[in-house]
Design a binder for this molecule. Structure first.
Ligand code: GTQ
Length: 348
């Protein structure tokens, strides 16, 4: 058997590389395998963040600074493979945000799109383009790109949710803009529930263009309704051996994902269900809403309970087992990948 020893370039070649470097040139043949790999090798690690631990630390942050000082008081989920990268997966930013009673996270807007998955609602609110929506546990709330938004809590309990933003994709394209409002809080230009009435009742107005372009005009997919639908489907359909019972959130105007770059869906796994193995190119973040999951992903395995947040990077084989009846929310960059025609998955 012949063994090959990975050696650096020969003296002559290295001399050539040194000669072309000042001309801002490099030899492709030294870099080709890394630039065009046979398959994705994610730099990121599967990981779980514990709700209880994160919540306690977030409350500590709440005593350290106000929402006004922080602008957004968030503990960012740092993938263990890239500390300081503000990434939960390769493309997604995620964190846990806290609003204390009486606080306002002031109005701003940016080219990144955001989602909130509410863990402790307590009737806090997010306002988008002049309309408030009340936040209850499990609600999936959307801030479309370039839409003004502020958050607040007028009751006497804290509000906690998971943020997911596509800002690394926006920054990759060098297309990030943002703006602060002169008003801390937006004027309430519309009644609570107006968007739901206008766009979310399997009807739509005549001749009114979508208010947020490629983003869904529904900005709160209420958990109560989503969960009811999921459970009704689960009661009447056979389970998908890889996905379990899953329903994707849709933009009612085109049937596509709710956001241009971010996909989201809701899954139910009955106690004892064990999925078959799957890998896919989107980087996924799971937020556990009910029950408990045992996750095996790559060379990692862990259990995730209520409120825990799980990162599953691209192209890592994974399977899950429900140790209790489970419901969980997933978001990923699949919406972007499908538009770019690069999404792939494999099942076994
Ligand atoms: O609530 O607008 O976690 O702008 C990061 C950036 C939340 C927000 C984040 C943001 C927001």
């Amino acid at each position: 058997m012949q063994t090959t020893i990975a050696a650096g370039p020969s003296k002559e070649r290295q001399a050539f590389y040194d000669k072309i470097a000042p001309k801002h040139l490099s030899p492709l043949w030294e870099a080709l395998k890394g630039l065009v790999p046979v398959e994705p090798r994610s730099k990121f690690t599967p990981h779980v963040w514990r709700f209880d631990e994160c919540r306690a630390l977030l409350m500590e942050a709440g005593a350290l600074l106000t929402a006004e000082e922080a602008e957004r008081r968030v503990l960012v989920f740092e993938n263990p493979s890239m500390p300081g990268g503000s990434r939960i997966t390769a493309t997604m930013y995620s964190g846990m945000q806290l609003i204390l009673p009486g606080e306002i996270a002031a109005a701003h807007r940016h080219t990144a799109s955001a989602l909130r998955l509410v863990l402790e609602g307590n009737m806090g609110y997010t306002a988008v383009a002049g309309e408030r929506t009340l936040m209850e546990r499990g609600d999936f709330v959307i801030t479309p790109n370039w839409a003004w938004h502020d958050h607040g809590q007028e009751n006497d309990k804290p509000v906690i949710w998971i943020d997911g933003l596509d800002l690394h994709i926006i920054n990759f394209f060098e297309t990030a803009f943002s703006e602060h409002s002169n008003d801390k809080m937006q004027l309430q230009a519309r009644q609570i529930g107006e968007s739901q009435a206008r766009w979310g009742s399997n009807m739509r107005p005549f001749n009114t263009p979508s208010p947020f372009g490629a983003t869904t005009p529904i900005f709160n997919y209420k958990y109560k309704a989503s969960r009811e639908a999921l459970m009704a489907v689960a009661a009447s359909e056979s389970i998908d051996p890889h996905l379990g019972y899953a329903l994707r959130y849709v933009n009612p105007l085109d049937g596509g994902w709710p956001m241009p770059l971010i996909a989201a869906w809701l899954t139910h796994l009955p106690k004892g269900f064990e999925s078959r193995e799957l890998r896919c190119t989107d980087g996924q973040t799971i937020v556990m809403l009910e029950g408990e999951l045992h996750v095996e992903a790559g060379d990692k395995s862990f259990t995730a309970g209520e409120g825990d947040v799980v990162a599953l990077p691209s192209w890592v084989w994974r399977k899950v087992r429900a140790s209790k009846d489970a419901v969980f929310f997933t978001f990923s960059d699949r919406s972007a990948q499908e538009k770019l025609a690069i999404y792939r998955e494999e099942r076994r």
